[in-house]
Design a protein around this ligand. Sequence first.
Ligand code: AMP
Ligand code: MG
Length: 198
Amino acid sequence: MSNSNRQRARRVVIVGIPGVGKSTVVSKVVDMLNAMGKDPRVVNYGTVMLEEAQSYGVKSRDEIRRLSVEKQRSLQVHAASRISEIEGEFVIVDTHLFISTAEGFWPGIPLDVLQALKPTNLILVSAASYEVLERRQKDQTRFRDSATKESLEKELFAASALLYASSAIAGCPALIIDNAEGDIEGAAMRIIGAIASS
Ligand code: AMP
Ligand code: MG
């Protein structure tokens, strides 16, 4: 393969509000990349934070956002530095643009984290507010924050605004994918089209 044909390394940061189906879409993207003979590295930011948060007595990923913002910030900075060391042709980071804390929405990707992650692509997984509401209600494996259609609309709006702001700062493209009910495959295909098409 000549240099011009060789694909550049991708650092794909995938974000989406809780309950949008982000982790499900990410695992479908991984299956598709595997089927293409690629070996993506997937890292869940919350999992990296959880490893360290255990020293604060935290036992589940949904307890992290109940810690003081100061403690969350320290976990966040530590995770950013660990994640920045991961290399590969495809590094996919599953994370959040903001976290709902007792003090309000708190940025998941402030400037220093964005600079550490060095994304080549920012992808927001979105869905209709009623779909997110149903998915949060159905998911018994997680302690999802309660929400209404109206509060979810605010979250979805905040997510797209922050996505475009992050894209302008990072200088990389931003893509919003609709994860419509029953079409995980389609959502994953659109991500593949953006990150592995040429
Ligand atoms: P998740 O499994 O993606 O829902 O993430 C679990 C938890 O990890 C979230 O609820 C947050 O508390 C934390 N988390 C994930 N990404 C970030 C981030 N970029 N900054 C701060 N906290 C994060
Ligand atoms: Mg998730």
